[in-house]
Design a protein around this ligand. Sequence first.
Ligand SMILES: [Zn+2]
Length: 94
Amino acid sequence: MVKIMNNSEPIYNYGRCHVCGEMMEEKQIKQDFRIKGKLVVIEDVPAGVCPQCGEKVVKADVGRQIAALLENPDRLRKARTMKVPVIRFAKEVA
Ligand SMILES: [Zn+2]
């Protein structure tokens, strides 16, 4: 079964990058957020990504959805966790 796209909403056009002017491409990205000092990562976020400079934009409704996910304590409680390396800033000695 192929899902038929609603014609009223074609593939979203993210337009051009506001930083470098390259055409944005739709990608599923991982985006990190900081909620009360805790790092939270949301996977598979549909976003426009600039192939040139890496600038990212999300649609307004995606942004609202992200906010709703982050405010849902159930989601956070049931979420997988991953280890993140934390490095103290120091002068690298070669
Ligand atoms: Zn760009």
